[in-house]
Design a protein around this ligand. Structure first.
Ligand code: IPE
Ligand code: IPE
Ligand code: MG
Length: 243
């Protein structure tokens, strides 16, 4: 695999390298239409496909989407089962088309609680797309930021790292996917103003954009607007800079 990205990855600093999205509002979208929650989640998967294609067009290199949190297991069993089934349908239906467009898909999160049949599918898709590099898509599934940091801490101990050597680099090297890198822009849909345990470490310096749009309605124009808002921000990383 070459180091040079083959897709339209942008050198423009106004285009965020890595974008994360908390895809929220499926339930409210369905309720407003007197549909089932499952219908709302299904509409959400269509939005995901649209947004991945829009991200390619914008030259975004890495897109991380929150699909199922460590807390979402507390939802009704039927809904959890529907979400597992929908991930499976998305792997079969949407992600191969995205692979044709050069999308490499990987999953971020715990893998020990997911049923073996689904875990196998997830692994197969990761293997099938591993040479692709137009866009890196990370699907956060059974993901929690605190669980991820606890996992990294456990690995530090397992690796016998000297306490004096524990620092940001040694810990971040043991997160689920160190190669994913820092998040530049984090978007949350549906008007909620919280992180809900998403990317607590990686989004430490992300620019935040909140929109009232419910996830199933989110489209290329919404992503473009969030990227424009990002482009207008001045990132300081704690320094005293003026422009
Ligand atoms: C986001 O939509 C999808 C998941 C959390 C799996 P919600 O299902 O949280 O939608 P709302 O927040 O109830 O509207
Ligand atoms: C966050 O949304 C998780 C996902 C989008 C997958 P939630 O709807 O679960 O978050 P809360 O409950 O509003 O914080
Ligand atoms: Mg929600």
């Amino acid at each position: 695999m070459s180091d040079e990205p083959s897709g339209p990855v942008s050198d423009d600093a106004r285009v965020p390298r890595a974008v994360a999205i908390i895809m929220d509002g499926n339930g409210r979208w369905a309720e407003a239409r007197a549909l089932t929650v499952a219908d709302g989640h299904r509409a959400g998967t269509k939005a995901l496909r649209r947004v991945v294609e829009a991200a390619i067009d914008l030259g975004i290199e890495t897109l991380v989407v929150y699909a199922f949190s460590t807390e979402n297991w507390t939802r009704p069993t039927d809904e959890v089962e529907d979400l597992m089934e929908l991930l499976s349908e998305t792997i079969d239906g949407e992600l191969p088309d995205l692979a044709k467009q050069g999308v490499r898909t990987r999953f971020l999160g715990r893998r020990d609680r997911i049923e073996p049949w689904l875990d196998e599918k997830m692994g197969a898709l990761e293997a099938e797309t591993e040479e692709l590099d137009t866009l890196n898509l990370w699907i956060a599934f059974d993901y929690g930021g605190r669980a991820e940091i606890a996992h990294a801490a456990r690995r530090l101990v397992e690796d016998g790292v000297d306490p004096a050597a524990v620092d940001e680099d040694t810990l971040s090297a043991r997160l689920y996917a160190p190669e994913m890198g820092e998040i530049d822009l984090l978007i949350r849909t549906s008007g909620e103003l919280r992180l809900s345990n998403f990317l607590l470490w990686e989004a430490a310096y992300a620019e935040l954009v909140f929109t009232d749009t419910l996830w199933p309605d989110f489209d290329a124009a919404d992503l473009g607007a969030a990227v424009q808002a990002y482009a207008a921000r001045q990132r300081r990383f704690g320094a005293r800079t003026r422009s």
